[in-house]
Design a protein around this ligand. Sequence first.
Ligand code: HEC
Ligand code: HEC
Ligand code: HEC
Ligand code: HEC
Ligand code: HEC
Ligand code: HEC
Ligand code: HEC
Ligand code: HEC
Ligand code: HEC
Ligand code: HEC
Length: 295
Amino acid sequence: MLLLGAIVLSVPAMAAPANGAKPANTQTKQTTPAEFVGADACATCHEAQSKNFAFNPHTRLAQKHDGSAVTCEDCHGAGKAHVDGGGDKSKIFSPKEASAKDVDAKCLSCHAGTHPNFERSPHGKGNVSCVSCHSIHDSKAPEHLLKASQPELCYQCHTDVKPSFDMPFHHRVNEGLVTCSDCHNVHGTFQANNVRTTADQNAVCTKCHTETRGPFVFEHAPVRAEGCMSCHTPHGSQNARLLNMPSIATLCNQCHSPVAAGTVHGMGAGSSTITPCINCHTMIHGSNISQAFIR
Ligand code: HEC
Ligand code: HEC
Ligand code: HEC
Ligand code: HEC
Ligand code: HEC
Ligand code: HEC
Ligand code: HEC
Ligand code: HEC
Ligand code: HEC
Ligand code: HEC
C-alpha cells in the first residue's frame, strides 16, 4: 500500500521535467498561484485543525515519500477568496456541507489508485462516503484515520450483523482475533458483499484456512464450485464448525440422495444417524488418496 502511494504520488512529479505533466494537485497551484494562501495563513484562524496536522499521515507519510506534504488547500481548494472574505464559508470547499459524491471525488483525486472500485461498491452506491468512516481532523482510532476502531465502526450501521458474532460458534471478531476487513474490502471488490479474494483469486477463507484450499487429486466439487458458503456460514452459527445445517446428514443429503441399502453404508440411510457421515468421510474438503474422502 505504501509503495503504491509512493508511486502514484512521486512518479508524476519525477516525470514532470520530461513530459511536462504535473501532479493534478500542484498544477492548479502553479497555474493560478495567486488564489492560494498556504497553510500558515489558514493557521492564523484555524488553530485546532492546524496545530496537529504535522502528525497527520497526510503530512507525515507523504513527506517520507517525496518530501511534499498534502496541505489544507489540497482538500479545501484555493483559500484566498475565503480569507479575503474574512472566512466566508461559501468560498471554501467544506466537506461537512458537500454531498457524499463531491467529497468522494475530492478524496479519490489522490486515492483512486488504491481504491478504484469505490463508487461501484455497495458503500459508494449507498451514499456512504469516505468521511462516514474516516475523519481527517478528529480520528478516534490510531490507524488509517478511522472514526472508530473495528468492529464498533461497522456496528454503528450494521446492527443486523452484530448478533451473529455473539453466537456459540463464531469468528472471534469481537475478541479482536479476526477483523471485518480481513474478509471484506469496504472500498469495493469484484465479489458480492464486498468480499475479498486472496492474491491468487482464491476464496478469501483459504488465506487463513490453507489446508482447505487444495488442489487435491480428488476434489469435493462444491468446495470449489459453490464455495465454502455452501456448507458454512461466515460470521457465526448455532452449529459447531460454523456449519449452516444443524445435522451433518441433512447437510450432505441436500446434494446426495440418502445412500442406498446394501452398499458400504450398511443398513442404508438410517445408519448415518448412528454414524455421522464425517466419521468416515473425514477429508471432506478433498483428498489426495481417497475418491470418497475417507482419508
Ligand atoms: C486530506 C484532506 C484534508 C486536508 C489536507 C485538510 N482537511 Fe480540513 N477537513 C477535511 C474534511 C474531510 C473535513 C470535514 C470534517 C472531518 O471529516 O473531519 C474538514 C474540515 C475542516 C474544517 C471545518 C471544521 C469542522 O468543524 O468540521 C476546517 C476549519 C478545516 N478542515 C481546516 C483545515 C486546515 C486549516 C487544514 C490544513 C492544516 C486542513 N483543513 C487540511 C479534509 C481535509
Ligand atoms: C481570517 C480568518 C480565516 C482564515 C485565514 C481562514 N479561515 Fe477558514 N473560516 C474562517 C471563519 C470565520 C469560518 C466560519 C466559521 C463558522 O461560521 O462556523 C471559516 C470556515 C472554514 C471552513 C468550514 C466551513 C464550514 O462549512 O463550516 C473551512 C473548511 C475552512 N474555513 C478552511 C480554511 C482553509 C483551508 C484556510 C486556509 C486556506 C482558511 N480556512 C483560512 C476564518 C478563516
Ligand atoms: C465503510 C467504511 C469506510 C469507507 C466508506 C471508506 N473507508 Fe477507507 N478504510 C476503512 C477501513 C476499515 C480501513 C482499514 C482496513 C482496510 O484497509 O481495509 C480503511 C483504510 C483506508 C486507507 C488506508 C489503507 C489502504 O487500503 O490504502 C485509505 C487510504 C482509505 N481507507 C481511504 C478511503 C477513501 C479515499 C474512501 C472514499 C473513497 C474510503 N476510504 C472510504 C473504512 C472505510
Ligand atoms: C492531494 C492528495 C490527497 C487528497 C485530496 C486526499 N489524500 Fe488521503 N492521503 C494522501 C497521501 C499522500 C497520504 C499519505 C499516505 C500515503 O502516501 O498513502 C494520505 C493518507 C491517507 C490515509 C491514511 C492511510 C494510512 O495508511 O494510514 C487515509 C485514511 C486517507 N488519506 C484518506 C483520505 C480521505 C478520506 C480524503 C478525502 C477527505 C483524502 N484522503 C484526501 C493524499 C491525499
Ligand atoms: C455510515 C454507515 C456505515 C458504516 C459505518 C459501515 N457501513 Fe457497510 N454498508 C452501509 C450501507 C448503507 C450499505 C449498502 C446498503 C446495504 O447493502 O446494506 C453497506 C454495505 C455493506 C456491505 C455489503 C452488503 C451487501 O448486501 O452487499 C458490507 C459487506 C459492509 N457494508 C461491511 C461493512 C464493514 C466491514 C464496515 C466497517 C469497516 C462497514 N460496512 C461500515 C453502511 C455502513
Ligand atoms: C470470516 C470472514 C468474514 C468476517 C470476519 C466478516 N464477514 Fe461479513 N461476510 C462474509 C462473507 C463470506 C459474506 C457473504 C455471505 C454469503 O455469501 O452468504 C458476508 C456478508 C456480509 C454482509 C451482507 C450479508 C449480511 O449478512 O447481512 C454484511 C453486511 C457483512 N458481511 C458485514 C460484516 C461486518 C460488519 C463484519 C465485522 C463485524 C463482518 N462482516 C465480518 C465474511 C466475513
Ligand atoms: C483472517 C483469518 C481468517 C479468515 C480470512 C477466515 N477464517 Fe475461519 N477461522 C479463523 C480462526 C483464527 C479461527 C479459529 C477461531 C477460534 O478459535 O475462535 C477460525 C475458525 C473457523 C471455523 C471453525 C473451526 C473449528 O474448529 O470449529 C470454520 C468452519 C471457519 N473458520 C471457516 C471459515 C470460512 C468459511 C471463511 C471464509 C468466509 C473463513 N473461515 C475465513 C481465521 C480466519
Ligand atoms: C461440502 C460441504 C463443505 C464445504 C463446501 C466446505 N466445508 Fe469446511 N467443513 C465441512 C464439514 C462437514 C466440516 C466438519 C468436519 C469435522 O467436524 O470433522 C468442515 C470443517 C471445516 C473447518 C474446521 C477444521 C476442519 O478441517 O475440520 C474449517 C476451518 C473449514 N471447514 C473451512 C472451510 C473452507 C475455508 C471452505 C472453502 C474453501 C470449506 N470449509 C468448504 C463441510 C464443508
Ligand atoms: C452443495 C452440494 C453438496 C454438499 C452439501 C455435499 N456434497 Fe458431496 N458431492 C457433491 C458433488 C457435486 C460431488 C461430485 C459429483 C459426484 O460424483 O456425485 C460430490 C462428491 C462427493 C463424494 C465422492 C463421490 C464419488 O463417488 O466420487 C463423497 C464421498 C461426498 N460427496 C460426500 C459428502 C458428504 C459426506 C457430505 C456432507 C458432509 C457432502 N458430500 C456434502 C455435492 C455436495
Ligand atoms: C461407516 C462409514 C461411513 C459412513 C458413516 C458414511 N459413509 Fe459414505 N462411504 C463410505 C465408504 C467406505 C465409501 C466408499 C465406497 C466405495 O468406494 O465403493 C462411501 C461412499 C460414499 C459416497 C460415494 C459413493 C456412493 O455411494 O454414491 C457418497 C456420496 C457417500 N458415501 C455419502 C455419504 C453420506 C452423505 C453419509 C452420511 C449420510 C455417509 N456417506 C456416511 C463410508 C461411510
